[in-house]
Design a protein. Sequence first.
Length: 305
Amino acid sequence: MLRRYQIENSKIVESTDEKAPILLYINPDETEKRLLVDNYQIDEHTLNSALDPDEQSRLECEPGHIAFIYKRPKNYSGDDQLLFKASTMGVFFFGELLILVAADDTNLFEGKQLAKVGSVRELVIRLIYRAIFHFMEHLKIINQIADDVEQKINKAMENKFLINLFALQKSLVYYQNAVNSNGALIEKIRHNAAKFGFTQEEMELLDDIVIENSQCYRQAEVYSNILASLMDARASIVSNNLNVLMKTLNIITIAIMVPTFVVSVFSMNVTLPFGFGELPAFWKIMGLAGVSVTAFLIFWKYKKW
């Protein structure tokens, strides 16, 4: 699917003009791929790589244009079961024309990072800036979910909470790899700034993005290390909760067995001592059963079991 955009009043707006400077291809079909390869001389392998979620960020200088692939967070849905993944985006820069290729539909031009765009060149930088900010937003959400799951683990023994933590930890590994890959791409863009024709202001923005990406990577690294170091402790908490439950069940079971034993003895069809054959025998037996329970609980507390 093809969407056209242009820059009006420093904003990215959708356009119907066939000569629009920004073309966004969302999950292009074979016909659209062939058009991109034949009309714009885009390398077919690079085009397919832009649609591969496992592809690493990279930059290639082709005849007539510059192509690069960068990582961005994939749109999360409930079916992902707390597993956050990264997707890829293909950018093909022809000077005054910018072709974007994405595997899934997304609100690509939303966010304060794209609120003011002066040129197609600046848009190239701000797209990466938007991806970095999007990663940081997801990291905050992952941290909040992890805190919520931790509290539930302290009270519950279900494996699903541990599985949720494993999924979050796996997500952080994906994000670390994606952010680190983007960092290498940004450095390559800086080294090839002359080919893009960046102005001094755009170079300063690119320097700011380097810092933002580094902070994003460190944040993902910290969250990942914390989550990984506490996984064993949380597993121990689940095991301890199970031991406490088993202990409680044992107390209840033994507390029931002791008076049951007393009542069972006096229920035998034999001569009862101490005058238990008289009418108040029922209350005497029940009182003895109550005394046995009390004695058992005192003994349990004395032993500190």
